[in-house]
Write a protein that binds this ligand. Structure first.
Ligand code: CU
Length: 229
């Protein structure tokens, strides 16, 4: 009887340890808690009138050895990642100009849909200073795609492809000196919580390349929250 009781207690103890372990794992897998807030930058004249204007800067790296993930590259030093932050906060009913500096190469999209710039002002962006409306589907590095949520409010959707850095400009060590810089502006509506992710299959070494970095918050996805100004 005593033995059985000890056994049962041990089983319960092991079970709760396991559950505690899962809890910690889920918490760490969830995200890092850093949030980059858009910076105020006067006003912008748009088709929706003169709106408060904000800017947001982000980078895309071919691995995780850049500053944002720590000196050792964090949990997955070899994974591609947006950085330094992957959680963003922007004000509602405002014009948000986003600059993405892409240091990574790339190949072909699974779906041409994401080669086109969608949901920005005029459906355009600038790539290294030149106005574009799309990137050839076989020259995309990553995309920054914010999805709407079906909760009845004004839905935000935009998707912008980042042009891949050509293979010959990708150094073996460190990052290219000639990143591709994409700038675009979106107009936010109501406050709401959104998720962004990359739609370029960049999870190398996984089935259809949609695992690893592609399915992990803090790498190729994160939060994009629109908050009351
Ligand atoms: Cu990607």
């Amino acid at each position: 009887m005593f033995k059985r009781l000890v056994g049962a207690i041990a089983t319960i103890a092991a079970g709760s340890l396991f559950i505690a372990g899962v809890g910690i794992y889920v918490a760490s897998a969830k995200n890092d808690d850093r949030v980059l807030k858009a910076r105020a930058d006067g006003t912008m004249v748009t088709s929706k009138g003169t709106l408060p204007h904000f800017t947001l800067e982000m980078q895309v790296y071919p691995d995780s050895m850049f500053g944002g993930k720590g000196p050792d590259g964090g949990a997955h030093p070899d994974w591609v990642a947006y950085g330094d932050a992957t959680n963003f906060e922007v004000p509602a009913n405002s014009a948000i100009t986003i600059t993405v500096t892409n240091y990574d190469g790339g190949e072909s999209l699974n779906n041409d849909f994401f080669g086109k710039i969608r949901g920005t002002i005029d459906g355009t962006a600038t790539l290294n200073g030149k106005t574009i409306t799309s990137v050839p589907a076989d020259a995309v590095g990553h995309t920054f795609t914010v999805h709407g949520m079906a909760n009845g409010q004004d839905e935000l959707f935009f998707s912008v492809p980042m042009r891949a850095v050509p293979e010959e400009a990708m150094p073996d060590e460190g990052y290219t000196k000639t990143p591709n810089v994409t700038v675009f502006t979106v107009i936010t509506g109501d406050a709401g919580e959104y998720i962004w992710n990359c739609e370029y299959p960049c999870g190398d070494g996984t089935i259809a390349k949609f695992g690893h970095a592609m399915s992990t918050m803090g790498y190729m996805s994160g939060h994009f929250n629109v908050v009351k100004a």
